[in-house]
Design a protein around this ligand. Structure first.
Ligand code: PHE
Length: 413
């Protein structure tokens, strides 16, 4: 019957107890913002590709992947939070919307590529505010070296790129100038199978490449400051997060690291070693183009879209904001009900679409006798491109109340 399958783009998928994609999420697949030449996400992609012009640029992978591609191939433990239904969008138990571009690492490495960039839309269930949207864009970069030659290959490449000019980018941690001495080998280890020199050279090359990239992207900053934070990802070691000081705030640019050798082995490339990074395009585009709300990227309003031109970074000129309206919703959660905030946010998005700007818990208490939890959320509604009447918001809020009660098993107060 038509109830136990989902059709997406002509393909049918069986549904099961993991299915949690909604039609509003699936409708985003066809937007492909990263491929619209004068859209800010695409302008930024193109700028990065120009800087890394000898990488193979890949854009056309389908966002529907297997859980194996997204998690197992990358060594995610079976109990990793990212696998939860509350955090990811599942078509069914074995098919999902990719949560990151790393889902394509193994297939591309297996095809023999040495240097590539994959740009794509990725999907995550998340909270609601001006910097979170359930669909966003990432760019994965990977470069591979021969283990035996890594040191020589890296020094040749670095000479080619030009010795890094450390006086124009201030690295906040002074040790990082010779990063091979700064790896904390207990918390963020070099893999035991890697010769230390090869691993250090590859890590240095990764940092050099990203330093050059941000120097180009943030070329108008007088004093660019970069810092590297030890990090953890299931598929790299050592791993880092790169942050850039932009107008007084540390901005997370990407996660990165030396690819787990197990992945190279699965790709049948045991004698090679590689680095990978995953850049979040929205976060960078929001600061470069001065875009205050992540929902604007999805706007079809010409007052937004017509401001941008291929190959140009210019500051967004806000058009007048329409007024916001706030509505509170309070409910009791029974002790045996498993309430998860992401489920609540997903429900609000599925009812209100892009009219919801923010949803935050503003009050929580436990009834002294019944021990039931009471939660109150404040939802802010606002359209990016039109005036919304109070009646319309009231109707949406009524629908939210109805759905919260029936779908989340809570009791409205
Ligand atoms: N895929 C990671 C994320 O989305 C980022 C990453 C990419 C980290 C490549 C390391 C290497 O959070």
């Amino acid at each position: 019957s038509k109830d136990d399958t989902i059709r997406i783009d002509g393909d049918s998928y069986p549904v099961d107890d993991f299915t949690n994609v909604t039609s509003s999420i699936l409708s985003k697949i066809k937007r492909k913002l990263h491929l619209r030449p004068s859209h800010p996400i695409s302008i930024l992609r193109n700028l990065i590709e120009t800087q890394l012009n000898d990488f193979r640029h890949i854009h056309a992978f389908n966002p529907i992947v297997s859980t194996r591609q997204n998690f197992d191939d990358l060594g995610f433990p079976i109990d990793h939070v990212g696998r939860n239904k509350t955090d990811s969008y599942y078509i069914n138990r074995s098919v999902m919307l990719r949560t990151h571009t790393s889902a394509h690492q193994l297939q591309i490495l297996s095809a023999g590529e040495n240097k590539f960039l994959v740009s794509a839309d990725v999907y995550r269930r998340d909270e609601i505010d001006s910097s979170h949207y359930p669909v966003f864009h990432q760019m994965e970069g990977v470069q591979v070296f021969d283990i035996a030659e890594a040191k020589e290959q890296v020094s040749r490449e670095i000479t080619k790129m030009g010795q890094f000019n450390y006086s124009s980018v201030l690295i906040s941690n002074e040790d990082e100038k010779d990063s091979d001495t700064s790896i904390d080998n207990r918390k963020n280890p070099i893999q035991a199978c890697h010769p230390i020199e090869a691993a250090n050279s590859v890590g240095l090359h990764l940092k050099h490449t990203l330093n050059e990239l941000v120097k180009r992207l943030f070329k108008d900053e007088k004093e660019l400051k970069v810092r590297w934070i030890d990090a953890y990802f299931p598929f790299t070691s050592p791993s880092w997060e790169m942050e850039v000081l932009y107008q007084g705030k540390w901005l997370e640019i990407c996660g990165c690291g030396v690819i787990l050798q197990d992945i190279m082995n699965k790709a049948e490339r045991p004698n090679e070693i590689g680095w990978a990074f995953g850049l979040g395009l929205e976060r960078i585009a929001m600061v470069l183009f001065d875009i205050p709300d992540i929902r604007l990227f999805w706007s079809k309003d010409p007052r937004f879209l017509d401001q941008f031109t291929f190959n140009e970074i210019k500051k967004f000129k806000p058009f007048s904001k329409y007024p916001a309206s706030a509505r509170d919703i309070s409910f009791w959660v029974d002790n045996n009900t498993d309430f998860h905030e992401n489920n609540f946010c997903e429900l609000v998005r599925s009812v209100a679409g892009d009219l919801v700007e923010d949803a935050k818990m503003i009050d929580e208490f436990i009834h002294p006798v019944s021990k039931r939890r009471s939660l109150c959320y404040r939802i802010i509604y606002r359209s990016m491109d039109r005036n919304v009447t109070n009646e319309e918001i009231n109707q949406i809020q009524l629908n939210v109340q109805k759905e919260v009660q029936t779908q989340l098993g809570v009791t409205l107060r």
